[in-house]
Write a protein that binds this ligand. Structure first.
Ligand code: CUO
Length: 681
C-alpha cells in the first residue's frame, strides 16, 4: 500500500480492497492537521500508525516533492544514503512501517520509493518480501505519455457508467521516432519494459550508496562489470540483427554526439516532460549550484585517463598513496567499485566518479547550468537510462576500461579450460514448430495494469497494451561422453552472431566479446554417455515472462490464475533472452561448455539454509542470489572474459573437447501475437 499511487496523500481512501492509513496528527501537513483529515475514512483496512520518535530526516526532507530524484547526483545520493541508513536502523517492523508512512506522506515520492525499496531488500525482517514491479506505480517512466489522458477517461467511464468494460489502450511499438533515425531500429530493445525493470532492480540489489552492509556484497564490483558488459554484448547482437554496426565507445567527450533521443515520457511526479537531446549535442561543464553539482568535462577526462593508466600498469593508488596491484583474483572487483564509483572505491579523490557523473553530464547536456530550470533526462535515471542510445555509447567506454584490464591477465590455459574425460558430442535446439537448430522470434502483446500508478484517477483497472519481442520456448539437447566416474559439471551456454557487420567471420578476440550467456546450470554426469535436456524456461538468466507482466488481463493462459505468480525481482526478462534475428534467419553460433564443478563450486554456509522466495528460482547469472555468495567461483564471463591463448585466432581453435559449437539461425516473423496466446509448453 505504501508503493501505490506515489503522488497521492496516504490518507485518501484507497477503495474496497485497499488500505487507508490513520496518521498521527504530527505526520500531517498543517492544513490537514486542523481537520483531522485522516480520521474521516473508515473501512475494514485501516492501518493505525504508531506515533514514533522520528529519526533525523532533515536532509532527505529537503528535496522538494516535485523534483526529479536520481542517485547519479551526489547530493541526492547523500539524501538516499542517509534515508536508507535510518530505515535500516529502526529496530522493529511496526516502527519501520510508521516511519515509512511518514516519509511516504512528506517526502519526494521518487526518493522515498528508492530508499524504501532498498530498505525492504536489506532489512532482516522484510527479507522474504518481493518488491512489486516499478512500472505498476510509476508507469510514466515506462510508457508513452500519449496514453495517460485516454487511460484517465477509461478509468472515469468504467467507474461511473455501469456495464462498460475498459478497453486496453494500445501503445504503438514505434512511438519515439521513425526509421529515418537508424538508431530507432533497436528501440524495441532499449525501450523494453522488462529490460528497464531489470536494470532498475539490479541497481536496487547492488546500490552504490548507503550503509556499508548494503553496498559491500560478494563480488559487487565484478558483477557491475559483468552485467553491464552483457548488456553491451546483447545490444550489439541486436544491432547486427538490424544491420547496424556495433556501438562506438564515447571516448572523445568534446565532440558532438550524433545520437539523439526524444523520450516522449512525462514525469507525473514532476508534472514535466522528460527532456530530449537533439542530434550533435555537446557535453559541457556542469555548474548547477542548487544541486551542489559542479564539475568539468576535464574532470571526467582526467579520471578516464587515470583509470586507463591504472589498468595498463595493473596497479591503483589508494588514499595513502600506496600502490595496490590489480591481481587476478581481486583486481576486477576493485576496478568495478572504482569506475562506477561505488562507496567502496579505494580512492575517490584520485579516480573520481567517472561512470556516475558521466551519466549526470549526459543527462544534463540540455541545461548544464540550470538556466532553464530543467531536470535530468532519461539517461540520468536508473529506471529509464537504457532507453537512450547514448547509454550504450557511455557504457561501451566503461566496458572498454574493463576490457583493457582483462587483456593484461594471462589467457586461460588448456588445463584451466578443459575437463578430463568429458566430451561434448552434439548439441541440438528443438522447439515445437520450428526446424531443428532454429530459434523463432516474433512480436507479442502484453497488458500492463496502470491502476496502481495513476494518481488521482478513479480506482479501476486500466490496461496499457504494449508490444514486445518474444521467442518460441525451446529445449537444448546436449550429448556428452564421460569416460571418468560419475561427477558434476557446470554447463555454460552462450550465443553469439556468426558474422560481423561486413559479413565476415569473427576472429576469436572479437567474437568472445559478443558472447551472451543464456544459461548456466550444474549437472550430474552419469558414467559413459549422458544426454542433457534443458528447457529454455529453466534458464538461470531469466525471470519468467508472466512475472514481468503479472497483471496480464487474460489469465486463461495461466492455469492457477495470476495470483499463483509472485514478482521475482531481479533477472533478465525471459521474453528478451533471444535476440530478434532476421526474417531470412540470422546465422549465430551456439556454444556449450562443461566445466569441472570442483573448480566452480562455492563454499557458502548460507547457501543451503535459505529457501528461494516463493516459486521464484533466482536469476543468478546477472543478479547473484539474495544474501548468498555469487554461485560460481569462476571469473564472471568465463571462459570468454580473457584473450585467447597463443595460437588461438578463431573460436574453433579455442575449443577443448569439453566444449562444442553448433550453427543455429534466429528467424524473426514480423507478426504480432495477441496477449496470452503464447503457449509456454
Ligand atoms: Cu547500470 Cu550506468 O550503471 O546504468
Amino acid at each position: 500500500a505504501l508503493f501505490d499511487r506515489p503522488n497521492e496523500p496516504l490518507f485518501l481512501p484507497k477503495g474496497d480492497e485497499q488500505f487507508t492509513f490513520h496518521m498521527p496528527e504530527d505526520y500531517l501537513e498543517d492544513r490537514f492537521k486542523i481537520k483531522n483529515i485522516s480520521d474521516r475514512f473508515g473501512g475494514d483496512n485501516v492501518v493505525d500508525l504508531k506515533r514514533i520518535t522520528l529519526p533525523d530526516l532533515d536532509l532527505p526532507l529537503q528535496l522538494k516533492k516535485t523534483e526529479q530524484f536520481t542517485p547519479f547526483i551526489p547530493l541526492h545520493r547523500q539524501m538516499a544514503g542517509q534515508l536508507i541508513e535510518k530505515f535500516l536502523e529502526i529496530k522493529n517492523l511496526e516502527d519501520f512501517v510508521s516511519c515509512s508512512a511518514y516519509c511516504r506522506q512528506n517526502m519526494n515520492p521518487l526518493l522515498f520509493n528508492y530508499a524504501y525499496s532498498v530498505a525492504l531488500l536489506h532489512r532482516n525482517d522484510t527479507k522474504g518480501f518481493d518488491l512489486p514491479p516499478l512500472h505498476e506505480f510509476f508507469p510514466d517512466k515506462f510508457i508513452d505519455y500519449g496514453i495517460f489522458s485516454k487511460a484517465r477517461m477509461e478509468a472515469n467511464i468504467s467507474s461511473t457508467v455501469e456495464d462498460i468494460q475498459t478497453e486496453p489502450i494500445e501503445v504503438p511499438l514505434d512511438y519515439t521516432a521513425s526509421d529515418l533515425d537508424h538508431e530507432h531500429r533497436v528501440a524495441y530493445f532499449r525501450e523494453d519494459v522488462g529490460i528497464n525493470l531489470h536494470h532498475w532492480h539490479w541497481h536496487l540489489v547492488y546500490p552504490f550508496l548507503g550503509p556499508r552492509r548494503v553496498v559491500a556484497k560478494d563480488r559487487r564490483g565484478e558483477i557491475f562489470y559483468f552485467m553491464h558488459q552483457q548488456i553491451i554484448a546483447r545490444y550489439n547482437f541486436e544491432r547486427l540483427c538490424n544491420k547496424l554496426a556495433r556501438v562506438k565507445k564515447l571516448i572523445d567527450l568534446r565532440s558532438p554526439i550524433p545520437e539523439a533521443y526524444f523520450p516522449k515520457l512525462d514525469s507525473l511526479t514532476a508534472s514535466r516532460t522528460w527532456a530530449a537531446r537533439s542530434p550533435n549535442s555537446m557535453l559541457q561543464d556542469i555548474n548547477r549550484e542548487t544541486e551542489q553539482l559542479v564539475f568539468d568535462i576535464q574532470d571526467l577526462e582526467r579520471w578516464r585517463d587515470r583509470l586507463y593508466e591504472a589498468v595498463s600498469t595493473g596497479r591503483v593508488i589508494n588514499t595513502q598513496g600506496q600502490s595496490v596491484p590489480l591481481s587476478e583474483n581481486t583486481g576486477i572487483d576493485i576496478l568495478g567499485d572504482l569506475i562506477e564509483a561505488s562507496s567502496l572505491s579505494i580512492n575517490r579523490n584520485f579516480y573520481g566518479d567517472l561512470h556516475n557523473l558521466g551519466h549526470a553530464a549526459l543527462s544534463l547536456i540540455h541545461d548544464p547550468e540550470f538556466k532553464y530550470l530543467e531536470n535530468v533526462s532519461v539517461v540520468g535515471d536508473l529506471a529509464t537510462a537504457m532507453r537512450d542510445p547514448v547509454f550504450y555509447r557511455w557504457h561501451a567506454l566503461i566496458d572498454d576500461i574493463f576490457v583493457k584490464y582483462k587483456q593484461t591477465l594471462p589467457p586461460y590455459s588448456v588445463q584451466q579450460l578443459g575437463f578430463d574425460g568429458i566430451r561434448i558430442n552434439s548439441i541440438e535446439v528443438n522447439s515445437k514448430s520450428s526446424p531443428k537448430n532454429q530459434f523463432s522470434t516474433f512480436w507479442q502483446q502484453s497488458d500492463v495494469n496502470l491502476a496502481r500508478g495513476m494518481d488521482f484517477a478513479p480506482r479501476s483497472n486500466v490496461f496499457a497494451r504494449i508490444t514486445h519481442l518474444q521467442h518460441q520456448p525451446f529445449e537444448y539437447k546436449i550429448k556428452v561422453t564421460n569416460t571418468g566416474q560419475q561427477r558434476q559439471g557446470t554447463v555454460r551456454i552462450f550465443l553469439a552472431p556468426k558474422f560481423d557487420e561486413r559479413g565476415l567471420p569473427f576472429l576469436f578476440n572479437d567474437e568472445r566479446k559478443m558472447m551472451i550467456e543464456v544459461d548456466r546450470f550444474v549437472h550430474n554426469f552419469k558414467q559413459q554417455s549422458d544426454t542433457i535436456t534443458r528447457k529454455s524456461q529453466s534458464s538461470s538468466l531469466i525471470i519468467p515472462f508472466e512475472r514481468t507482466f503479472r497483471d496480464l488481463k487474460d489469465t486463461a493462459a495461466f492455469p492457477g490464475g495470476m495470483d499463483a505468480f509472485n514478482f521475482c525481482g531481479c533477472g533478465w526478462p525471459e521474453h528478451m533472452m533471444i535476440p530478434r534475428g532476421t526474417p531470412e534467419g540470422f546465422p549465430a553460433t551456439l556454444f556449450v561448455m562443461v566445466s569441472d564443478y570442483q573448480f566452480d563450486k562455492v563454499d557458502d554456509p548460507k547457501a543451503a539454509k535459505k529457501p528461494s522466495s516463493a516459486g521464484c528460482e533466482p536469476a543468478s547469472i546477472y543478479c547473484g542470489i539474495r544474501d548468498q555468495k555469487y554461485p560460481d567461483a569462476r571469473p564472471m564471463g568465463y571462459p570468454f572474459d580473457r584473450v585467447g591463448r597463443a595460437g588461438v585466432n578463431t573460436l574453433r581453435e579455442f575449443l577443448t573437447p569439453n566444449m562444442l559449437t553448433q550453427d543455429v539461425i534466429i528467424k524473426f516473423s514480423n507478426v504480432i501475437v495477441p496477449p496470452g496466446s503464447v503457449s509456454r509448453a
